[in-house]
Each structure stands twice: as structure tokens, then as C-alpha cells.
Design a protein around this ligand. Structure first.
Ligand code: KG4
Ligand code: ZN
Length: 334
């Protein structure tokens, strides 16, 4: 059969990304331009600043992806783009670029859900095996998803308040770490201990839902109280205590879900999947329990377009295409 070569575009948050992916897994190019430096001084992503950077970068990023792949537009089968969820202004830049490209080169347009992309990052390494459960942990998402086949997603648990990555970033901010704080907490925690025993949200309840706002508040209150009393806090211990609380909840809920759904395949996806404690705990627990674990390589955990191209392949197979009225959407079912 003929090769399916997809140009994928991702602009849902603060990375302008384009990639050329063949047959859903073979990476011909992968370009990611991060805006992190521009958002740092604001302590988080400023949506309008993000949109403006995407506008400036998108054309060059797409050109570079084609150049790195050593392909011409006429070599492509289709164009894929993240349609949501994400920052609307940011999404629209990628969507408009994809539409223009598809129109000019007469290519089919494939709309991709951002979370599907995060999960399909695993496919860049090896084919997915079903049924599987995916724990998606990013700056905007915390979900447990059951998949019985390609592009079939059942959300079995999700956060009721903050996303995990969001909690990491907020806690990092109160201990004066730069944005995005996740990797810095990860690093600090390595020299700390769980001395604070912060709350583990919804652990005693029979739900696969998560809650991290109580944990976040507990950390902030603790720091505030210590400051008032003039007590010096050990930041490494704060980081380690916070991270251990998060890891306890994520591992417990995920393994309960694997058991209930009788699933042997687990994918951890999204930016927080880069966390070293999570990676090592999931790795050893999956070893013990004979669960086949897949965690994408670090650079495919955070936002990128290769993962969008990987998911797009299956949408193309199912003829799930968009026309040139495609819009950015935040409330879409995965
Ligand atoms: O998937 P992603 O790049 O963007 C979203 O779709 O949200 O995830 C970014 C999030 C940020 O909150 C960042 O702090 C977090 O992932 N993150 C980490 C680590 N690396 C990135 N959190 C904890 N530990 C890490 N090593
Ligand atoms: Zn993401």
C-alpha cells in the first residue's frame, strides 16, 4: 500500500510546532519553537503574547519541517492540525496556516484533538496495544482514558479542579522557581524528603477523578504560616512532599483503573510524564504488576507536532477530515 505522509501543525499553547510523519510513526522532521523565554517574565503563558509569537514563527516552522524532511508539498498526503483544546487565539494561527496550506496545495485537512495527540506520542516508539489506559498529565489536563481501539476514547476520570501541571507550576511559583516550574520542582525534589505529608486528594473516595487544588492550597498555606512565624522552610522538602503527594495519587488511581478495567497496557502522556519520580515509580510498579508501560521520550511528552501527525494517521484512515470552515474549539469530545 501507499505511504501516508502527513504535515502536522500544533500551536495550542506556547510552542509553534510542525512535523512530517510517515504512516503514523516515522518521523521525517520535527520542528518545535518554544516561547518559554517570552512568557517567563510573566510567570505563565500570556495568551495574546502566545498568538503573536505563533503568527511570527508559523511560516518558517512549516518551511523548516518540509526542508528537514527533504520533501515538497506535492509529496504530502494530507495536512493535520490541532483543533483544540487550547488557547483559542493560539490554535487559530495553526488552523489558519493549515487551511491555507491545504487550500493552496489541494490537500485533505485533518483536525486533531490535542489530547489524542499526547496519547499517540507513544506510537512514535511502537504500535499501541489495546485495550489500554492512558494517564494524560499536562499543564492543562489530567485525565484517565480507556481506549479499546484506535481513536476510541472513554474518559474514566479527570481533574475536578487544577490540572497536575498547573499545580506544579503554581507551587513552583510560590517557592520562587521560574516558569514552567514542573522541571524545577522535579530537580529540587531530588534532594528533599516528604516531611510535610500534604493531603492526597480524593484518595479515599471510589472515583477515578482527581483533585489538586487542596494540595496546592495546603502548600501555599504552609509556606505562608512558616513565613509569618519566621520559620525557614526547606524548599527541597516542600518540592519533594508536593511531588510525592501527586505521585501517590496518580499511581494509586491509575493502578485501580487498570485493575477495574482489566487492562495490561498503560501509556503516560503529557508534559508532566517527564517527571522523574513519576517515571521511576510507574516503571517499577508496572514491572511488579506485569503491566506493559509506555512513556514517550521526553521531547514527545511536551507539546510537539509529531504526536499530532501520529494521531492524524488514524483519522485519515477513518476519513475523518475537515473542510475550510474548520474553527478552533475548546469544548470538544475526545
Ligand atoms: O503537555 P505540555 O507541554 O503542555 C500542555 O498541553 O499543557 O505540559 C506542560 C506542563 C507544565 O505544567 C510543566 O511544568 C509540566 O508539564 N512539566 C513537568 C515536568 N516537565 C514538564 N511537571 C513535572 N515534572 C517535570 N519534569
Ligand atoms: Zn499539551
Amino acid at each position: 500500500s501507499k505511504d501516508i505522509t502527513i504535515l502536522a501543525i500544533e500551536t495550542s499553547c506556547d510552542e509553534t510546532a510542525a512535523s512530517v510523519i510517515m504512516n503514523g510513526y516515522k518521523i521525517l522532521s520535527n520542528v518545535v519553537v518554544s516561547q518559554i523565554e517570552s512568557h517567563k517574565r510573566f510567570g505563565g503563558v500570556v495568551p495574546e503574547v502566545a498568538s503573536r509569537h505563533h503568527v511570527e514563527a508559523i511560516t518558517q516552522v512549516i518551511e523548516q519541517a518540509l526542508k528537514d524532511a527533504e520533501l515538497e508539498p506535492s509529496d504530502l498526503t494530507a495536512v493535520a492540525v490541532t483543533e483544540g483544546p487550547g488557547l483559542i487565539g493560539a490554535l487559530l494561527i495553526g488552523i489558519n496556516a493549515a487551511k491555507a496550506f491545504a487550500f493552496v496545495h489541494d490537500l485533505p485537512l485533518i483536525p486533531v484533538h490535542h489530547i489524542a495527540g499526547h496519547i499517540y506520542a507513544a506510537q512514535l516508539e511502537k504500535p499501541l496495544e489495546f485495550p489500554l489506559i492512558s494517564l494524560v498529565v499536562s499543564g492543562g489536563h489530567t485525565e484517565l482514558i480507556y481506549m479499546k481501539d484506535h481513536m476510541s476514547f472513554e474518559i474514566i476520570g479527570e481533574t475536578r479542579d487544577d490540572a497536575v501541571g498547573e499545580a506544579f507550576d503554581k507551587v513552583a511559583r510560590v517557592i520562587d522557581l521560574p516558569y514552567p516550574g514542573g522541571p524545577h520542582i522535579d530537580h529540587l525534589a531530588q534532594s528533599g524528603k516528604d516531611t510535610f505529608n500534604f493531603p492526597r486528594g480524593l484518595m479515599k473516595e471510589e472515583t477515578f477523578d482527581f483533585s489538586f487544588s487542596g494540595l496546592k492550597s495546603a502548600v501555599i498555606n504552609k509556606l505562608h504560616n512558616c513565613k509569618q512565624k519566621g520559620i525557614e522552610v526547606n524548599k527541597s522538602d516542600v518540592a519533594a512532599s508536593f511531588q510525592t503527594s501527586v505521585s501517590d495519587v496518580l499511581t494509586a488511581k491509575t493502578f485501580a483503573a487498570l485493575e477495574k478495567y482489566d487492562v495490561k497496557n498503560l501509556i503516560i502522556a503529557g508534559g508532566v510524564a517527564g517527571n522523574s519520580e513519576l517515571r521511576s515509580r510507574f516503571t517499577s510498579m508496572c514491572n511488579d504488576k506485569n503491566i506493559n508501560l509506555q512513556i514517550p521520550e521526553l521531547k514527545f511528552c511536551t507539546d510537539n507536532a509529531a504526536m499530532i501527525g501520529a494521531a492524524a494517521y488514524h483519522l485519515y484512515e477513518k476519513n475523518h477530515l475537515a473542510d475550510l470552515t474548520l474553527n478552533g474549539r475548546n469544548f470538544i469530545d475526545i
